[in-house]
Design a protein around this ligand. Structure first.
Ligand code: DLL
Length: 438
């Protein structure tokens, strides 16, 4: 089988040549941030590190980490490596805590973003003959404008639908005939649900593929979206600080996400010690931007949990693959000492029949004990007034969570459509725990 690629030359570059390119680019970048970004110069100096000490990509571990807090401390533009008159775009990510993280792009950065997003969408077989429907939010969030840029770079007619007004989105799908969709996986499900409720079949729309990301989603969620929208669903990963969507993407083999390694260098580290971990070991994802001009971050601690996949991919790309990120270290709940990611709860629920793919987790503290309540939505077919049936269902879910995660959770079954639907990133956890009073 011949696999689709937007830039075959770059995507299949021999590893040796790629390493040379990475070394060259890293050395130039280190020199640039030392000259242009006061925080990096100070940090290097305090470590007794000179740009000349970095001679190849192997020296990357000598460099200091960059943390989200550094962006906050230098809010809004303090880490930019170019004067403001070279910046052509600003985005910001709201995050859940603290000040917004502000990121900037030069004209070259915009071309780079278009290129990596074109590789992302192109990997799913999209060509300029296709029509793109972009339902990520347009605005300060990078999803909408970044997704649209990739679609336009390929040369596709691009519909900047943004999020919300699902009825209008579906009308556009019927009338403008887009062939691919970009949205959060949760919004893709909201669109599917709207169509089902309004008797609109997938034969009345023209989608063949979708590129979903911006939040963790499971394999079962992929199957659900593929079935309900009758498309092939690809995962796309990225974060504003690195460029936005387009940092890593799935190929047709769908066996991990290829990192655009000629621009972003991936490391997996032990979050406690900062040591680099070998391929096949789970840890914190760290990225170094090797070519970005406006905001080149060195060894940026993403707080996402990931792993480098050893071995080559059948598609012929030489870029390293990482596993689908299961969550963020700061999304990880520690419930009575057990680490729990919302995506683990999702996997458990999606395996059970009669349950809709919507859930919410509420964490509270009673005395000194954490209590987890999982709100689980029933489907129209399983929703019933019969207490005994509901109890049996509730027990089934409680047992499944207990056997997979090893923790006891209180399961609350709720009526169909009672859990909030999301247009952007889903908010699945409500953590009500407060400080313990001793
Ligand atoms: O979410 C960029 C993006 C837009 C990616 C559209 C993909 C599609 P931020 O708002 O800065 O940027 O949020 C970045 O979202 O650190 C991850 O925790 C999470 N995330 C993004 N993509 C995935 C994914 C955009 N495919 C944060 N799987 C990241 C799991 C993801 N988590």
């Amino acid at each position: 089988m011949s696999y689709h690629m937007y830039n075959r030359e770059a995507e299949t570059m021999p590893r040796e040549k790629l390493r040379e390119l990475q070394s060259e680019r890293l050395c130039a970048m280190v020199k640039r941030v030392y000259e242009k970004v006061p925080m990096y110069r100070e940090r290097f100096e305090s470590m007794g590190l000179r740009p000349e000490d970095i001679k190849s990509i192997d020296d990357i571990t000598k460099l200091p980490f960059t943390y989200k807090q550094d962006l906050r401390d230098n809010y809004p533009f303090g880490l930019f490596a170019v004067p403001m008159d070279e910046v052509v775009r600003i985005h910001a990510s709201s995050g859940t805590t603290g000040k917004q993280t502000v990121v900037g792009y030069t004209a070259n950065d915009m071309r780079l973003w278009g290129e990596v997003m074109a590789r992302t969408i192109g990997a799913g077989g999209i060509t300029k003959a296709d029509i793109g429907h972009i339902s990520y939010g347009y605005g300060l969030f990078t999803g909408g404008l970044g997704g649209g840029l990739g679609s336009e770079t390929i040369g596709c007619a691009t519909i900047p639908a943004s999020t919300g007004n699902t009825k209008r989105q579906v009308t556009i799908m019927q009338d403008f005939k887009p062939t691919f969709l970009l949205a959060t996986p949760s919004y893709a499900l909201t669109i599917a649900e709207y169509m089902e409720q309004n008797g609109i079949s997938t034969d009345e729309i023209y989608l063949k593929a979708g590129f979903f990301g911006a939040e963790p989603w499971t394999e079962s969620m992929r199957k659900e979206i593929e079935r309900r929208l009758n498309i092939k669903a690809y995962d796309i990963y990225g974060l504003s600080e690195v460029i936005g969507p387009g940092v890593a993407y799935e190929c047709e083999c769908q066996n991990g996400l290829h990192v655009n390694e000629d621009h972003f260098y991936l490391e997996i580290i032990d979050p406690e010690t900062g040591e680099q971990l070998p391929d096949g070991t789970e840890g914190e994802i760290v990225f170094t931007c090797m070519t970005k001009e406006a905001l080149p971050l060195i060894r940026y601690r993403t707080r996402d949990v990931g792993m480098r996949i050893p071995g080559e991919c059948e598609c012929g790309r030489t870029f390293v693959r990482m596993v689908k990120p299961a969550g963020r270290t700061d999304d990880m709940l520690i419930i009575r000492g057990v680490n729990v990611f919302p995506s683990q709860i999702e996997s458990v629920l999606m395996e059970l029949d009669g349950i809709a793919p919507y859930y919410q987790m509420i964490v509270e503290r009673e005395g000194n004990l954490d209590k987890l309540t999982v709100l689980v939505e029933l489907t129209e077919e399983t929703f019933t007034d019969e207490v005994r049936k509901l109890e049996a269902m509730s027990k089934k879910v409680t047992d499944a969570i207990h056997s997979v995660l090893g923790i006891a959770a209180k399961v609350k079954l709720v009526e169909p459509k009672s859990i909030e639907r999301f247009e952007g990133k889903a908010k699945r956890v409500i953590d009500k725990r407060t400080q313990v009073n001793f």
